[in-house]
Design a protein around this ligand. Structure first.
Ligand code: SF4
Ligand code: SF4
Length: 84
């Protein structure tokens, strides 16, 4: 299987139990590193999960009506290998 290198500049903590599954955060994330789960939270909603490559841009935090995101920007970006 081939891999490619992704730069990671930040990360998010997602409060999945606060999520209402509106999916607004998915297109708001420019590097497209948020994907909706297949599992549901205790309220029955699917919620976003983070793939490698967050930039720490805070767009998800700004768009989420339910305050699910905390965003952390790394002082020193790093790279990870992910399956292509
Ligand atoms: S901080 Fe930016 S890059 Fe990271 S998950 Fe949120 S929208 Fe995506
Ligand atoms: S924007 Fe907030 S409430 Fe909507 S799916 Fe994303 S995390 Fe859930």
């Amino acid at each position: 299987m081939s891999t490619h290198t992704v730069t990671v500049r930040g990360t998010v903590h997602i409060d999945i139990e606060m999520c209402k599954g509106c999916e607004l955060c998915i297109p708001a994330c420019r590097p497209a590193v948020l994907v909706m789960s297949t599992d549901v939270n205790e309220t029955g909603y699917r919620y976003p999960e983070l793939l490698p490559g967050c930039t720490g841009c805070r767009a998800c935090l700004d768009v989420c009506p339910d305050f699910c995101f905390e965003v952390f920007k790394y002082e020193h970006p790093f790279t990870v290998e992910v399956d292509a």
